[in-house]
Structure formats: structure tokens, C-alpha cells
Ligand binder design. Sequence first.
Ligand SMILES: [Zn+2]
Ligand SMILES: [Zn+2]
Length: 188
Amino acid sequence: MIYNVAGLLTGNLGDNQQHEFENERLVVDGRSLDEISGSVRLMRTDLTVLVKADIEAVTHDSCSRCLEPATVYVDVTMEEEFSPANADLVSGSGNRSGSRTIGTDGDDYYDSALVIDEQNFLDLTEGLGQALLSALPIAPLCNDDCLGICHICTVNRNIIACSCAKSSQDPRWAALAELMENSGESAD
Ligand SMILES: [Zn+2]
Ligand SMILES: [Zn+2]
């Protein structure tokens, strides 16, 4: 997911390239993102290259309800601007004011992950990985219909249909009822 954008940088405003990728794999912050596929459009703007990517990936997690392994599908659209380290390329000859606006004066927009290197390679790996990570669900599920773990007998209710749920009574009330029943018996 590294692209040479020298042609774009020396080209005209609005020039663009389209790239497809399939079945890539990334490890971001210790998490493995697999089967990454999608399309990337690189477009030359005034001083940057605008990247738009539609990406799908698969990752593995534990189901938040039943704790069994869950396959999680992620689908994300990423849009970022990458600034060339070699600013002279896009600013053109004689336009020195343009080159000063790009990331060299510590402004808030500068991000080392979003820089096109001196050899004009744009590396999408970091930005794409972060976009996928941020799109992961907070509470992944093995299945949308996962029944989870029974809070009373702790079986996985996807595997064993326990009868706990059939008793609609709250277990705390059941305990109280038993207590009252016992005290009633002793009063006899
Ligand atoms: Zn589950
Ligand atoms: Zn149960």
C-alpha cells in the first residue's frame, strides 16, 4: 500500500490515480487486520495529494456476549490529505511562498504519518490501519443473534438451552420468597 506519486506531484491540479488492492494484511497496535481489500483514489490538489479509500477488512476478537471467538467485519471510508516532503515539486519553480505552507513550520496540520517522502512515495499503511482500528465495534458479536452467557447458570446459551430464563422470576426475589417460606414454616 505504498504508491509512487511523482507523476501526480509534477502533473496538473485534479490529476488522479486509482488503485485496487486485495487480501492485504496489517498488524496495527498488536491487532491483526486480515483480508484487507478495497480501492484507493489519489488526487492532486493545490499543495497536497488527497487520498480517498474504501476499505473492507476482517479481524478476530471475542464476542462481548458469549466470549467465544468472533469474526469481525470492518468497512471504512478514509479521506486524508498527504503533503509532500519535497514541497518544491508541487509549488513549481519560482513559487517559494507555496513551499513554506507545507508542514515545515510546526502547524497543527502537520502529521508525519501523512507525508509523501523525498522519493515521492505515499505510504498509506499507517493511515489506513488507524482508520480500520477506529471503525472496529466496541462490543463485537459472534453473531447478531448471539444469546450470550446465562447470568444464572453461566452456560453459553448458544450451545445449551438452559431453563433459567423460563423462570421469569428475578433470582433475588426467589431467594426472598424461599426465606419467607422457611420462616413461615418455622412459625407453625
Ligand atoms: Zn457470542
Ligand atoms: Zn441458565
